[in-house]
Design a protein around this ligand. Structure first.
Ligand code: COS
Length: 397
């Protein structure tokens, strides 16, 4: 399967539409015939096997959103998010391995990096060097602007000290975009925060042991500890202090589309599983799918996923036209909450079997839970949406 490659004939609106649809069909087959059957090994070893990582690199999955000039396919937002949704039918570990590169890392470097930074770091990211995105810390999650990791200028370097927490891909990362405080005191619009590109092999960086999580085996998260880590000042994103919060928020808009699509894909798979079980399992002498209370759960799930899919198309189209913070948050919130309801109903349809580890329903239920939390909790999405609504209201009254 690894001979599939992302074609690189990008147009102004992303990849050539026909080539893209062909690629998406091939990817769907790769997910069904290669990634899903390999899931037990991912779960057992708690990592994506090296040969699958190599295949995903060869296929160009790390380069989907990179501009062509830096070795990528330059997919549009819609195309990329449709790929994420397809990948999310398989265990979340596969998407986690590529999506920091293709989502938050590439978005931030494309929007905020200098040309030299883009040439170096986007090329490395596209070639499959795994990226991580360091925002969260032990004492700052939702309140990102309160982060404490310091970067202090010293000659031609910045010296970084601090700890990042729950960082996806930290144990396997080659590249990092790390949010740091370049001013001890808070500044207006959070301009005390800067972003810095870090080679993760730099002396002074220690990676904690991978955290034990509720689900999503193989998607690794860990602490990153910086102790007097010297990074060339030319690695400061945009070569300007104070741009880090903006870079993080723009990257999170993209990350929220990706998590919304991941929730949608996982929920679609769960519903397919539930539908099959309902037609095969018999009670009172007939398939349980014949019972209207089972049908109600199937129908509610289908309707919610249809709504989430419509939001996905619209939010992506808006993000292609400009800033779409409200819609990215609304899609992420709705799709991941709907995903939570769907996986819960699927466990219910399975009955007692749904509580057993040997059935997919139990694992999908656990894997889904984090989608309502990372890249901003549902409650943070509510704040983002309401802030934008109140601002728009004030502007027109
Ligand atoms: N796009 C462009 N610019 C943005 C932006 C976005 N999505 N979000 C914020 N900004 C810029 C704006 O310039 C903004 O000022 P104005 O709104 O006055 O124009 C400025 O940044 C400050 O933004 P804001 O006032 O909203 O910052 P707050 O400190 O109030 O923080 C929240 C806002 C809480 C929403 C933010 O900290 C957040 O998203 N937290 C959650 C972090 C998260 O998702 N973590 C999960 C893991 S990270 S991988």
């Amino acid at each position: 399967m690894s001979e599939i490659t992302v074609p690189t004939q990008a147009t102004a609106a992303g990849m050539d539409p026909e080539l893209f649809e062909t690629f998406l069909d091939q990817l769907r087959r790769y997910v069904r015939e290669r990634l899903i059957p390999a899931e037990p090994g991912v779960i057992e070893a708690n990592c994506v096997p090296a040969e699958i990582m190599a295949e995903m690199k060869d296929m160009g999955l790390f380069a989907m959103t990179t501009p062509e000039e830096f070795g990528g396919a330059d997919m549009s937002v819609t195309q990329y998010i449709r790929v994420v949704r397809e990948m999310a039918w398989a265990a979340p570990a596969y998407r986690a391995a590529v999506s920091i590169n293709t989502g938050m890392f590439t978005t931030a470097v494309r929007k905020g990096g200098t040309r030299e930074q883009q040439a170096e770091w986007l090329t490395r990211s596209a070639s499959g060097e795994v990226a991580c995105f360091g925002l969260t810390e032990p004492d700052s999650g939702s309140d990102s602007a309160a982060l404490k990791t310091r970067a202090v200028r010293d000659g031609d370097d910045y010296v970084i000290n601090g700890t990042k927490r729950y960082i996806t891909n930290a144990p396997i990362a080659d590249l990092g975009l790390i949010m740091v405080r370049t001013n001890a005191e808070p500044l207006p619009k959070n301009t005390h925060i800067s972003a810095i590109l870090v080679d993760m092999k730099t002396p002074g960086i220690t990676i904690g042991s991978p955290d034990h999580k509720m689900g999503q085996r193989g998607a690794l998260i860990a602490d990153i500890i910086f102790e007097d880590v010297r990074v060339p000042a030319r690695n400061l994103l945009g070569q300007e202090e104070g741009k880090g919060f903006l870079a993080a928020m723009q990257a999170l808009d993209s990350g929220r589309l990706s998590v919304g699509a991941a929730g949608l894909g996982l929920a679609e798979r769960a519903l397919e599983t539930g539908l099959r079980y309902a037609t095969e399992r018999k009670a009172f002498g007939e398939p349980i799918a014949n019972f209207q209370l089972i049908q109600a759960m199937l129908a509610d799930s289908k309707a919610e996923l249809y709504a989430a899919e419509c939001m996905m198309w619209d939010a992506c189209a808006r993000a292609e036209r400009g800033r779409a913070t409200l819609e990215c948050s609304a899609f992420k919130m709705f799709a991941t909450e709907a995903c939570g309801r769907v996986v819960d109903r699927v466990v219910q349809i399975y009955g007692g079997a749904g509580y057993l580890a040997e059935y997919d329903a139990e694992r999908l239920f656990r894997d889904a839970r984090i989608y309502r939390i990372y890249e901003g909790t549902t409650q943070i999405q509510q704040l983002v949406i309401a802030k934008q609504m109140l601002r728009d209201f004030a502007a027109r009254t």
